[in-house]
Design a protein. Structure first.
Length: 321
């Protein structure tokens, strides 16, 4: 997302412009009154949101002009692209934009985070933080999902049981199910609460827990984690991989997908994103992953690119009996 789009939408959310135009108001004058912004600000913001596809103009087709000229009588309605601002019950309808705006909040607080080491509390940023996060995770493109799951399956072609660690809304879990695997998904309790609705018709076992504390030690063939490593500190990754080792049966494989420093073009910048968003997250080098996997007891460690994506696969095998 262009930084101007992100900041404009963030400002529209912060001032109440988005709430006004998606609920009670339609014209720039009505939005200005409801959100307590100037009519010029309302008109320009609504026009930009329409140009970006979040709104559509109904009525006067002549947009633009000065404060009291054409464009003031135009009414706006939200499009499907803006449903994520108002519909939170189904994470599939939210999309990535609301979470991007939550991230903007934390980016703007980065100077203070750099001083204190702690980003703003999620609920202070957005009362819909978990739903918005889940919506963004659910919007990952199908090609990335298929390529990541294929990479995991290649590490243990005879696998039957998969543990999706930190699986969020379950888009990867559902792809494993589609391919005939028995799947268990572990994530934070607030995420699992959403999943119970989102995945109610899917044969996925849901377990609430912290993947850095423990995983079900149930002889899984694959422990899979998509984009979870960058959310954790080095110590968190070490503990997670130790837990993954315990969760696997002999000969089982741990497979992570993430951005690896020195391999992904934007890995260092994404590390800065994690500085803004988390207390301990970062991106890590191939050598670091290899060290953690080795310390956990894994063999046949490899790091390679996931075809068609900007991510890498990091994998290791638990020795057989």
């Amino acid at each position: 997302m262009d930084y101007r789009e992100a900041l404009l939408l963030w400002a529209a959310r912060e001032t109440g412009v988005i709430e006004a135009v998606t609920t009670e108001a339609g014209t720039p004058a009505e939005v200005a009154a409801a959100a307590d912004v100037t009519e010029r600000a309302a008109r320009i913001t609504l026009e930009a949101m329409a140009e970006l596809g979040y709104l559509e103009a109904v009525g006067d087709e002549e947009l633009g002009g000065t404060d009291d000229a054409a464009g003031t009588d135009v009414r706006y309605e939200i499009t499907n692209r803006a449903l994520g601002f108002v519909a939170k019950a189904d994470v599939r309808s939210i999309g990535s934009t609301p979470h991007a705006l939550d991230c903007v909040d934390r980016w703007l607080a980065l100077p203070e985070t750099m001083r204190t080491g702690s980003p703003p509390d999620a609920e202070a940023v957005s009362g819909d933080w978990t739903a918005n996060f889940m919506g963004a995770m659910a919007s990952v493109d199908d090609a990335t999902v298929r390529a990541s799951v294929t990479a995991a399956v290649h590490r243990n072609p005879g696998a039957e049981r998969v543990l999706d660690a930190g699986g969020g809304p379950g888009v990867f879990a559902k792809e494993f199910v589609r391919r005939g695997f028995e799947v268990t998904l572990v994530d934070r309790p607030d995420v699992i609460d959403v999943d119970r609705r989102f995945l109610e018709h899917e044969p996925v076992d849901l377990v609430a827990g912290d993947i850095t504390e423990s995983l079900p030690a149930d002889g899984f063939d694959i422990v899979f984690g998509s984009r979870v490593a960058h959310t954790m500190s080095p110590d968190g990754n070490r503990q997670f991989l130790a837990n993954a080792y315990d969760a696997l049966g002999p000969g089982g494989a741990v497979v992570l997908t993430d951005k690896v420093r020195g391999r992904a073009d934007d890995a260092a910048l994404f590390g800065a994103h994690m500085l803004a968003q988390t207390e301990a997250g970062d991106t890590y080098t191939e050598a670091q992953f290899a060290e953690w996997l080795d310390a956990a007891g894994f063999e046949d460690v490899e790091v390679r690119d996931v075809p068609g994506t900007g991510d890498q696969v990091i994998a290791g095998r638990r020795p057989g009996d």
